[in-house]
Design a protein around this ligand. Structure first.
Ligand code: ADP
Length: 611
């Protein structure tokens, strides 16, 4: 029954060691407050041992110990809550983390042990007792012979089954690995007698087994050390070792917070995206420690999705060791820590942006997409946190720039932030609209990733400046005079445009002259919220949802084609129809939109060419 409740058997060792450490804490505290207890910090230790033949694992501490009442009260009721666990399991609540529900850390040892003996002598008392239980049928307590004070826990391991190999824990290397993984930063030494082969004295090639005491844990966690005691190299090594990265991190973030919630954290911004970062397999989260004891390897709740690339850990005395995935969801302390961590990461990124632009550029190449998604997701709920961290390619600077930088360079009369969309910088450069806006000295942000335009739509504005797609009809950088002139010209030709519109069926909302196209004959612009680029992105998705932008065919009023069209309108309606269709196809091609009636168009071109 116990087996299926705990999913992760190996945590039993962490539980026993952390109990031992707590018991030592208690006695150590007494030594600090009671002059009769003459013990120093160096006197305390936890011994870890195993015996292959007897199939036992032993955890011994010289902490406060338990008398008979305490054995009864502390461990006895636990055996009772075992029955409670049984009930729960029958109700098919197997996923409930019982450690968190009942605080039965000690009991987790029954996942691997068929019988447990606890020999304990309370500090300052004469008698020792032994508590014994098989985890199911109650327990017994009898007097025992035990010289020292403290507690010794002996696990009699279960027999191996076809599925589970309990013997794997009867191994020096395995135990050492578990200590390093879960209890590395327990503040008392965890000692094992380690067997090593050594050259026999006086011989050249004869070896003998010798036993040497070894402390398995590092005791002082790197994040608990003073920052000035730790070198950059130390942090980098810790990062590459722990997160198996071949490259040092781009940034190390340390923090030590005291207050409502106290915690220490050590975080890293990687230099490059992990191979699985943009896949579903990637799990975000920070390791969560409760005063040096690992509780959870990846606590998702500590990191928002848009900072999911951050690696690291949080250690807080305010987090209960018994917290489970379920209780964590509602835990107020965890929430406070997460909030504070988010701020910290944001600040660090802002600093990196300011102090080390080259590094930030590289960071942004790897993780910028995640930040832009963060702006867009949840209806822009987090846009204010992220808006100063995102960058886009600038037509004037020819590199990535922030929105703040763009706005700081805006011309006096400019009231909008101009952008253009396309697959690549080169492609955007060929857009007819780009040329004239550039010519007039305006900066344009180039949006090359499909999330970009959605991201700006959610932002809506930056420092009061709205975003404007230069391919949208309402973008006009003309002077009032120029505007008027153009308006007049359009009015005079409105009958012609009406006629042309009739040749194009419903495809298009309007045809008109423009003066924003320097050398290009035509372009497409759009009305409303859906741009051509968004139409492409959404229609490329494998869903049934198809959308269409409201398009306007704009013709360069100073291009010879304009005069030609006016002539045809007067003299040759049939040819005007052919010209209109070809010009529209041309405009679609420039925008990267498909031409649906290709064969009709190619025949038309040939026909016109041969005239
Ligand atoms: P928790 O540690 O969460 O209280 P456990 O089931 O692990 O729950 O332990 C129950 C209690 O048993 C502890 O609170 C402690 O009082 C006592 N205990 C467990 N292990 C030891 C030990 N090695 N020395 C002294 N007391 C212990």
């Amino acid at each position: 029954m116990i087996n299926s409740i705990y999913t992760n058997k190996e945590i039993f060792l962490r539980e026993l060691i952390s109990n031992a450490s707590d018991a030592i804490d208690k006695l150590y505290y007494r030594s600090l407050t009671d002059r009769n207890v003459k013990l120093k910090k160096e006197d305390f230790k936890i011994d870890l041992g195993f015996n292959k033949d007897e199939r036992t694992i032993t955890v011994t501490d010289n902490g406060i110990g338990m008398n008979v009442e305490e054995l009864e009260k502390n461990l006895g009721t636990i055996a009772e809550s075992g029955t409670e666990m049984f009930r729960l399991e029958n109700e098919k609540k197997k996923d409930i983390d019982v450690i968190g529900q009942f605080g039965v850390g000690f009991y987790s040892a029954f996942m691997v042990a068929k019988e447990i003996e606890v020999i304990s002598k309370k500090y300052g008392e004469a008698k020792a007792y032994i508590w014994k239980s098989d985890g199911a049928d109650g327990y017994t307590i009898t007097e025992a012979n035990y010289d020292s004070y403290g507690t010794k826990i002996i696990l009699h391991l279960k027999d191996d089954t076809e599925e589970i190999n309990y013997s794997e824990y009867l191994d020096q290397y395995k135990l050492e690995t578990l200590v390093k993984k879960y209890s590395n930063y327990i503040t008392y030494p965890i000692i094992m007698m380690k067997k090593t082969s050594k050259l026999k004295a006086g011989t050249k090639d004869e070896y003998e087994d010798v036993f040497e005491e070894e402390t398995l844990n590092s005791m002082v966690p790197i994040w608990k050390k003073n920052k000035n005691e730790v070198s950059d190299d130390d942090y980098n090594h810790f990062y590459t070792d722990t997160y198996h990265d071949y490259e040092d991190p781009a940034r190390v973030i340390t923090s030590s917070v005291e207050g409502m919630t106290s915690y220490k954290s050590l975080m890293f911004i990687p230099n490059h995206a992990a191979y699985d970062y943009y896949t579903k397999e990637y799990e975000k989260g920070l390791a969560l420690y409760s005063n040096g004891v690992l509780i959870m390897e990846k606590c998702e709740k500590l990191l928002p999705d848009y900072f999911s690339f951050v690696k690291g850990l949080v250690d807080s005395e305010d987090i209960s060791l018994n917290i489970s995935r379920e209780t964590l969801q509602e835990d107020h302390q965890v929430e406070l820590i997460a909030k504070s961590i988010e701020k910290k990461i944001k600040k660090e990124l802002e600093e990196m942006l300011e102090e080390d632009r080259e590094k930030y550029d590289n960071f942004f190449k790897n993780f910028g997409m995640q930040l832009k998604f963060g702006v867009y997701n949840n209806f822009g709920m987090n846009k204010d946190i992220l808006k100063d961290l995102i960058m886009f390619y600038s037509s004037t600077e020819e590199k990535l720039v922030t929105l703040k930088e763009y706005v700081s360079r805006m011309k006096d009369a400019q009231d909008k932030i101009y952008y253009a969309c396309g697959e690549s910088i080169a492609k955007i450069n060929t857009l007819p609209q780009v040329e004239s806006i550039k010519d007039k000295g305006y900066e344009i942000l180039y949006l090359t990733e499909y999330v970009d335009e959605f991201c700006l739509q959610v932002l809506m504005e930056y420092e009061g400046k709205k975003f404007a797609n230069i391919c949208s009809e309402d973008v006009n950088v003309d002077s009032e005079e120029e505007k008027k002139e153009l308006e007049e010209k359009n009015k005079n030709n409105s009958e012609m445009f009406k006629e042309m519109l009739g040749f194009l069926k419903d495809d298009i909302k309007e045809i008109r002259y423009t003066n924003k196209l320097k050398n290009h004959p035509v372009c497409l612009s759009t009305k409303g919220n859906v741009s051509v680029e968004m139409e492409k992105v959404i229609n490329a998705m494998p869903t049934d949802e198809k959308i269409s932008s409201e398009k306007i065919l704009e013709i360069n009023e100073s291009h010879p084609i304009a005069e030609k069209l006016e002539n045809l309108y007067k003299n040759d309606k049939e040819l005007l129809e052919e010209y209109t269709k070809i010009l529209y196809a041309e405009a679609r091609l420039i925008e990267g939109l498909p031409v649906e009636n290709q064969s009709e168009i190619s025949e038309l071109i040939c026909k016109v060419l041969s005239k």
